[in-house]
Write a protein that binds this ligand. Structure first.
Ligand SMILES: NC(=O)c1ccc[n+]([C@@H]2O[C@H](COP(=O)([O-])OP(=O)(O)OC[C@H]3O[C@@H](n4cnc5c(N)ncnc54)[C@H](OP(=O)(O)O)[C@@H]3O)[C@@H](O)[C@H]2O)c1
Length: 260
């Protein structure tokens, strides 16, 4: 039986990873802040699929939160075969109009916690020549996004970090995958303070979290470094920037996001 640790497992894409992996008979360690939601999910999945589930309640924006999660896993005597760094959030609005504390917290969750957890679990996977890490980037990681500047930059970091680690580890038995979804149904847009009119993001349809998770797990099986998940339109969005001068690109994207 394999064990997966999923951060941000209390809703959206993380919860969907938990449901899918449990159905594939994977034991789970579920991490987020919402204790009640995590415990309800853990109880449901362990009785439905006869898998072992553990809950670690942690705010991953706390300094050394990753170390605390790692220590809790060690104390339980668990071996993590699959680490899914999924917890993350965004924020909509001009950088200087938005609370700086929210941007700093975002960097802590979207980047620092991912680097810390990866740095702690990866060496154990390398020792066993076995294991995998999935990091949630986004199609937002392929170009700058005015009015979501910090968020897009955190996802560019995750994309670059993950692809570099993929190359470092592909001959060491450890798979690394950057998952880059487009707009996906979850609590993300509410938490990011998107205006109500943003539903559908300028006419873009939202993919289901199930579709994103299926595509991610398929890409992991194939040993890919990156997967753009959620539909063909997302492939176009990530490939267009290569052909367009950067000033033009960021101006056009800026107009789109300003008028959401
Ligand atoms: N939805 C999209 O359109 C989309 C597109 C591309 C990429 N993504 C990425 O996909 C990932 C999952 O997002 P989602 O769409 O599933 O959004 P979501 O429904 O809002 O889920 C976010 C998860 O992160 C957890 N989380 C938030 N702050 C946390 C903290 N301080 N400490 C620990 N856990 C925390 C939340 O749990 P608690 O509140 O219980 O802590 C929740 O389980 C994110 O990295 C996001 O950037 C989403």
């Amino acid at each position: 039986m394999k064990t997966a640790l999923i951060t941000g497992a209390s809703s959206g894409i993380g919860e969907t990873f938990a449901r899918e992996l449990a159905s594939r008979k994977t034991d789970l360690v579920l991490v987020a802040r919402s204790q009640e939601k995590l415990e309800k999910l853990a109880t449901e999945l362990s009785s439905k699929y006869q898998v072992k589930t553990e809950v670690i309640v942690k705010d991953l924006t706390e300094v050394t939160a990753g170390q605390a999660v790692f220590d809790a896993v060690q104390a339980k005597g668990l071996t993590i075969d699959l680490l899914i760094n999924n917890a993350g959030f965004g924020d909509y609005g001009a950088f200087s109009d938005r609370p700086l504390s929210k941007q700093m917290t975002m960097v802590q969750l979207n980047i620092t916690a991912v680097v810390e957890l990866t740095g702690l679990f990866l060496p154990l996977m390398q020792q066993r020549s076995n294991g995998a890490i999935i990091n949630l980037s986004s199609i937002a990681g392929f170009q700058p996004i005015p009015y979501m500047s910090v968020y897009a930059a955190t996802k560019a970091f995750i994309l670059n970090f993950s692809e570099a680690l993929w190359a470092e580890n592909k001959d060491r038995g450890v798979r690394i995958l950057a998952v880059c979804p487009g707009p996906t149904e979850s609590e993300f847009y509410d938490r990011a303070d998107f205006p109500d009119s943003a539903t559908g993001l300028n006419g873009m349809t939202m993919a289901s979290a199930e579709k994103v998770v299926q595509e991610a797990l398929k890409a992991l099986d194939k040993g890919q470094s990156t997967v753009v998940a959620g539909g063909f339109a997302n492939q176009v969005i990530v490939n267009l920037p290569r052909l367009v001068p950067r000033d033009l690109l960021v101006s056009v994207v800026g107009k789109q996001f300003k008028n959401i």
